[in-house]
Design a protein. Structure first.
Length: 276
């Protein structure tokens, strides 16, 4: 294939400022692998895959045993999921990264939907000459609970800006049992656009994940077994994550996020005490 030249405009954020580079020439394309984790993800999977398919050179789906329509949806996109038993999110994502063909990887969960501006930012990156592999890229993530935008969901505030796009030789996910993060890179930039994180779609899922997350924390992290500490932590969570955060203004959804914060704060200590 002969050399190609075109004019592109990059729109990235560095801190709170856009970085723009105009009239870049390129004779290559930076290949991107998208790594996606699934488990019974049919509710949103089409919405997640459609924007990704617009720029990805490869989509790696790692599934941990779905029994709904997840695998059929992957087949509609000509994706053959890889099965891998789930231990922690970080380990699962690092496994997906290890199976990618290309070094630049974008990591998403199956309830994270990219908007058009984020898709355009990825397309423009592909035409960026000589990107520095020591740069890691954050993307704005807006949290939704029960279909409503929220300001907080313990233990994060919305929006947050996780590192999700990077060179795999430089960045890896840590092994935190819950709320893991990608680490590495000499500096971080913020991609234009955002991701809609449509989590906790039902009250039943809220409590199912509450139980799963607290069980995982107790299993993989040293938690001091103490009911008293749990009570004190829960009281602190009530004020910080429900009152002071303003979640009380959000009606029923705010009440749900408040109960989640209080319950999470208490249960991790209570479960550690019970299983000691």
């Amino acid at each position: 294939m002969g050399a190609r030249f075109c004019t592109v405009r990059r729109r990235f954020w560095h801190g709170l400022h856009f970085l723009s580079v105009v009239d870049c020439k390129m004779d290559f394309c930076n290949r991107i692998s998208v790594c996606l984790l699934t488990f019974n993800s049919s509710r949103l999977l089409r919405d997640v895959l459609q924007p990704v398919a617009a720029f990805a050179d490869e989509i790696i789906v790692v599934d941990s045993g779905s029994t709904d329509g997840t695998l059929a949806i992957c087949d509609d996109f000509n994706i053959k999921p890889l099965y891998h038993p789930f231990e922690t999110h970080g380990r699962q994502m690092n496994y997906a990264i290890s199976r990618a063909r290309y070094d630049w990887v974008l990591c998403l969960d199956s309830d994270e939907i990219m908007d058009d501006e984020a898709v355009d930012a990825m397309r423009l990156f592909k035409r960026t000459p000589g990107p520095d592999k020591n740069n890691a890229y954050r993307i704005r993530r807006d949290w939704f609970v029960l279909g409503q935008a929220v300001r907080t969901l313990y233990p994060v505030s919305s929006p947050d800006f996780p590192i999700r796009f990077f060179h795999r030789q430089v960045v890896k996910f840590n092994d935190a049992p819950v709320d893991d993060a990608a680490e590495g890179g000499a500096s971080t930039l913020i991609l234009a656009g955002h991701v809609k994180h449509d989590t906790f779609f039902s009250i039943e899922e809220v409590f199912a994940k509450l139980n799963s997350y607290t069980a995982r924390v107790v299993k993989y992290k040293a938690i001091r077994p103490s009911i008293l500490r749990g009570v004190i932590s829960a009281i602190g969570a009530f004020f910080k994550w429900y009152i002071f955060s303003g979640a009380w203004k959000a009606g029923r959804v705010g009440a749900v996020t408040g109960v989640y914060a209080v319950s999470y704060s208490f249960l991790k200590y209570f479960k550690a005490w019970y299983h000691r």
